[in-house]
Design a protein around this ligand. Sequence first.
Ligand SMILES: NC(=O)c1ccc[n+]([C@@H]2O[C@H](COP(=O)([O-])OP(=O)(O)OC[C@H]3O[C@@H](n4cnc5c(N)ncnc54)[C@H](O)[C@@H]3O)[C@@H](O)[C@H]2O)c1
Length: 337
Amino acid sequence: MKVLLTGGVGFIGLKTAKKLMEQGHEVFALDSLLKQVHQDIEAEKAAFPGEIFVGDVSDVAAWEELPRAEAIIHLAAETGTAQSMYETERYRRVNVEGTRLAAEYAVKWQASLVSLSSRAVYGEGFANRGTTEEDAHQPLSVYGETKSEAEDIVRELCHGVIGATIVRPQNVIGPGQALHNPYTGVLAAFLARLREGKNLSVYGDGTATRDFIHVEDVANFLIWCMNNQPEPGDSPRVLNCGSGERITLDQLAQFSIDAVPGGSDSVIEHVEIKRAGDIDHALADMSRAEALGAPLARWSARESIADFIQKSWEVPGAKSEAWDVALNELTERGLAE
Ligand SMILES: NC(=O)c1ccc[n+]([C@@H]2O[C@H](COP(=O)([O-])OP(=O)(O)OC[C@H]3O[C@@H](n4cnc5c(N)ncnc54)[C@H](O)[C@@H]3O)[C@@H](O)[C@H]2O)c1
């Protein structure tokens, strides 16, 4: 099949594109090669196993340049939760209007669509259970709001016309995630501090929980969704995408310390910081995906974290100061205290 991956040169896109190619599909990407995400653009372009069309997913002219695809996996997005609170217009344009064009072109081409949403649509999770796809949308960030609006657009445009699936990943981790982008990824911040021999700062008391899923598991999940779309006459399907395993932020920090090649003397420090959009609990209820036969996560949280720390150890990345600067930006705007 001929598959378009928007945002295909990003973390999840690259892994998915490589697997698709191994499985005999032809892939191409529409990607703006965003500076904040890509530092070594030439190397990252070379890693993508197909043609790359450089353009903005929210620009119709970029779509007009593309050859027709039989399936679209729509990943392109602005992804910084905290940054979305002040770069509102950009987040809305890319995440909402970009998804509108992805859905419009999927319909025009009669291609199937897998559209990446996020668990951010739920806002706060639950201490005693995972969120199900039926739970209400109560986003706490502009990022979450844009993803929620984008879902409505996919439902509206694709219902009864093409097979479409909306996927809501939890925290995706693994080798290849951006090490320079201080607006996303607590784990990249931990890696930077560990490499500098610093202690790990955990915001709050460390009991907040998250669901971390390895990027390999996500790529397999997305490909399954592409191959197992609902009938075009049906409504777009919504699926959570997490490991279903809950770990605390303290465990996240400890598993990271444990994974340092050659051992580490770093310890965990709790810092009283609360950023706008931060939540206490996140966990996916994977019952719906399981009932449909979708591939569930194979990596445990500890294994995923170790894989990320060990394979990223020698990869160039930002210094830990970059995360301090990003936090200062939030504090100055009254978005962290
Ligand atoms: N990584 C996670 O933990 C996570 C969790 C939930 C949802 N998601 C969603 O999964 C998708 C992929 O995330 P990722 O982690 O691979 O992010 P990423 O930042 O690594 O990749 C996104 C890609 O999109 C491109 N892009 C950004 N703006 C664009 C634009 N206007 N036009 C064209 N391309 C553009 C970037 O250059 C990048 O290559 C996103 O939609 C994100 O919201 C990710």
